[in-house]
Design a protein around this ligand. Structure first.
Ligand code: PLP
Length: 361
C-alpha cells in the first residue's frame, strides 16, 4: 500500500482496517458458483443478526442512496402519500428522492440540530393517512440521533403505514433493533459505522413491506424488492455484485459479532462521552439538541469562530488525520468529529490531543 496514509476522522467514508482491505484481494469467483452461494448465505445469516431481524437483508451493489430510491419506490403507492421527517441534509435529500420518483410527499421539518418527536408524528398521522413514514436515524450532517424507537411505536398504531428508516450512520454504532422497533425497512451503507469501503448497501425489509411492494406496479428494476427476493432465496443476486466487497463484509461481520453489538454500541457511546467532555472543557458548544446527541458523530458548535476550521484541517493533516470541516449550511460554523466504525478510544485521544496542539500553536 502507498506510504501516505491519512486516518479518516470524517463521517464517511471511515477508516477501514488493513485486514479488511486485505480481504478484498481474494481470488475472484463467479457469482453463479456454489462458493458464491455459500458466501451469500453466510452474509445473510450474519446480517440478520446485525440488524436484529427475522426477515431478510437485501444487499445491493450501490451506495445507500440507491436503497433510498428502492425504499420509496417499493413501499409507497402512487395514489397515496408519504411523510418525511426532515432536519438535515440527508433527510432532506431522501424527501427529494421520493418526489423525484413521483411520490406525493409531505414533510415535517425541524431546524438543523433539533430532533423530531413522536408527538409530531402522532399529530400528522391523525390528520392524514400515509403509506409510509420515512425517518433518518442518525442525521450525519447535524449529529442528531432521532428517537426512532418511540416514533416507531406511534407508527405501529397505523397498520397501513410502513416505517422506513435510514440508519446509514447509526447502524453498528448505536442501538438499532429493527423488528422490536417496528421498522419495515432499515437501510444502510457500507462506509459509515460498518467500517467497510464504500460500494455496498444493505436493507432489512419486513414481510409487511414486501406485501406493500406487491401493490406497487412500477417498482423499477435495479431495486425491485421482489426481484431481489427471488434471487435472495437462492443465495444469489440478480445482477453482478461487488464480490470483493462481500469478502470484506464477511470478515468484518465476523469481527463485529465477535465484539458483540452491545459492546460495539457501548464503545461508541464512550467515545461520544470523551468527545463531549473535550469540547465542553475547551468552551465549545455542542450543536445537536441535548438528549439527542449522536454516538457516532459529534458536531462541535464553532459559531463563535474560536477555531479556523480550514487551518485546523491542514494542521491535523500534518499529523496524519483527515478532518471534517462541517456540512452544507453549517460548514465552518461547525465541524464534526466522527467516532465511528472500528475507531478505538486511544485513536480518538490522539485526535483530541492534536486539536489541543492546534489551539495552543
Ligand atoms: C452518508 C449518508 C447517506 C448517503 O449514503 P451514500 O452511501 O453516500 O449514498 C445517507 N444518509 C445518511 C444519514 C448518511 O450519513
Amino acid at each position: 500500500m502507498s506510504q501516505s496514509h491519512q486516518y479518516l476522522v470524517i463521517p464517511g467514508p471511515v477508516e477501514v482496517r488493513p485486514e479488511i482491505l486485505q480481504a478484498q484481494t481474494e481470488w475472484m469467483i463467479g457469482h453463479r458458483s456454489s462458493e458464491f452461494a455459500a458466501l451469500f448465505a453466510r452474509l445473510q445469516t450474519k446480517l440478520k443478526q446485525a440488524f436484529l431481524t427475522q426477515y431478510r437483508v437485501f444487499l445491493s451493489g450501490s451506495s445507500g442512496t440507491g436503497l433510498w430510491e428502492g425504499a420509496s419506490r417499493n413501499c409507497i403507492r402512487d395514489d397515496r402519500r408519504v411523510l418525511h421527517l426532515v432536519g438535515g441534509a440527508f433527510s432532506e435529500r431522501w424527501a427529494e428522492i421520493s418526489q423525484a420518483n413521483g411520490k406525493q410527499t409531505d414533510v415535517i421539518e425541524v431546524a438543523w440540530g433539533q430532533a423530531h418527536t413522536p408527538e409530531m408524528v402522532a399529530d400528522a398521522l391523525k390528520k392524514q393517512a400515509y403509506d409510509a413514514v420515512c425517518a433518518v436515524h442518525n442525521e450525519t450532517s447535524t449529529g442528531v440521533t432521532h428517537p426512532i424507537q418511540e416514533i416507531g411505536a406511534v407508527v405501529r398504531d397505523y397498520p397501513e403505514t410502513l416505517f422506513l428508516v435510514d440508519t446509514v450512520s447509526g447502524f453498528l454504532g448505536t442501538e438499532l433493533r429493527t423488528d422490536d422497533w417496528g421498522i419495515d425497512v432499515a437501510l444502510t451503507s457500507s462506509q459509515k459505522a460498518f467500517a467497510l469501503p464504500p460500494g455496498l448497501a444493505f436493507a432489512a425489509v419486513s414481510d409487511r413491506a414486501m406485501e406493500r411492494a406487491k401493490q406497487v406496479p412500477h417498482r423499477g428494476y435495479y431495486f425491485d424488492f421482489w426481484a431481489l427476493e427471488e434471487s435472495l432465496v437462492k443465495n444469489n443476486t440478480h445482477n453482478t455484485p461487488p464480490v470483493s466487497l462481500m469478502f470484506a463484509a464477511d470478515k468484518q461481520l465476523d469481527d463485529i459479532l465477535a465484539e458483540g453489538l452491545e459492546n460495539r454500541w457501548q464503545r461508541h457511546q464512550a467515545m461520544k462521552d470523551t468527545t463531549h467532555a473535550w469540547a465542553l472543557s475547551r468552551e465549545f458548544g455542542l450543536f445537536a439538541q441535548a438528549g439527542y446527541r449522536s454516538n457516532t458523530v459529534t458536531t462541535v458548535d464553532n459559531r463563535e469562530m474560536k477555531l479556523d476550521v480550514g487551518a485546523m484541517a491542514k494542521f491535523m493533516a500534518g499529523r496524519g488525520f483527515s478532518m471534517d470541516q462541517g456540512y452544507g449550511q453549517i460548514k465552518g460554523k461547525t465541524f464534526r468529529i466522527a467516532h465511528m466504525g472500528d475507531m478505538q478510544p486511544a485513536t480518538l485521544q490522539q485526535v483530541l490531543d492534536g486539536l489541543d496542539a492546534f489551539m495552543q500553536a
